[in-house]
Design a protein around this ligand. Structure first.
Ligand code: HEC
Length: 160
C-alpha cells in the first residue's frame, strides 16, 4: 500500500469511529436542553406563511416557536411540530372547512373555537398548509411525549 492510500484509509477509519461514537453518544444524551421543533420550509415559504399567520391573528390563540399573544389565554393546541401529526392535505382541508368542528370536535365556548378560514384565498390556505406541514418534531421527543401520556393515563412507567 502506498503512503497516500494509507493516509486516506486512516482518515476514513477515523471518520467512521468518530461517527459511531457520536451516534452512540447521541442515543444516551439527555435531551432536555435540545429544542425538539424544527421546520423544513424554505425561508421564502416561511416568510410568506408568517405574514398570513400574523394577518389572520392565529397568534392570539395558538403558540408557535414559543410565541403567543400574552393578552389571550385560549386553550388552543400549540402548532409547533404539527406537521409530524397532520399531513399537508389534512391541514388544507381543515383550514378550508366551513365548520372545522366537524373535523375536530370541541368542548370550548364558541369564541375560543377554531374559526373557519374558508373565506381566505386559496393561495393563502395552500401556503399556510404547506408551512404548517413543514413544522416537525424530533422523533425522540414524540416518543418521550407519548410515553409520558401513556404513564399519565395508565400510571405505568413503560421504561421499567
Ligand atoms: C379564536 C382562537 C383561534 C384562532 C384565531 C385560530 N385558531 Fe386554530 N384552533 C383553535 C382551537 C381552540 C383549536 C382546537 C379545535 C377547536 O376547539 O375548535 C384549533 C385547532 C387548529 C389546528 C388543528 C390542530 C390539531 O391538533 O390538529 C390547526 C392546524 C390550527 N388551529 C391552525 C390555525 C391557523 C393557521 C390559524 C390562523 C389562520 C388559526 N388556527 C387561528 C383556536 C384558534
Amino acid at each position: 500500500m502506498k503512503g497516500g492510500e494509507k493516509f486516506v484509509l486512516a482518515v476514513v477509519g477515523g471518520l467512521l469511529v468518530f461517527g459511531v461514537v457520536r451516534t452512540s453518544m447521541h442515543v444516551e444524551e439527555p435531551h432536555e436542553s435540545d429544542i425538539p421543533y424544527y421546520s423544513t420550509a424554505s425561508s421564502d415559504l416561511a416568510r410568506r406563511a408568517t405574514d398570513i399567520y400574523r394577518a389572520n391573528t392565529c397568534r392570539s390563540c395558538h403558540s408557535l416557536w414559543s410565541m403567543k399573544d400574552v393578552m389571550q389565554s385560549v386553550p388552543a393546541p400549540m402548532l409547533d411540530g404539527i406537521g409530524s401529526l397532520r399531513t399537508e392535505a389534512w391541514l388544507y382541508e381543515y383550514l378550508s372547512s366551513p365548520n372545522p368542528q366537524s373535523i375536530i370536535p370541541t368542548r370550548l365556548k364558541k369564541k375560543y373555537q377554531m374559526p373557519s378560514f374558508a373565506g381566505m384565498s386559496e393561495e393563502d390556505r395552500k401556503t399556510l398548509a404547506s408551512y404548517l406541514a413543514s413544522l416537525k418534531v424530533k422523533d425522540w421527543y414524540l416518543e418521550q411525549t407519548k410515553k409520558e401520556e401513556q404513564e399519565k393515563l395508565t400510571g405505568v412507567d413503560s421504561s421499567k
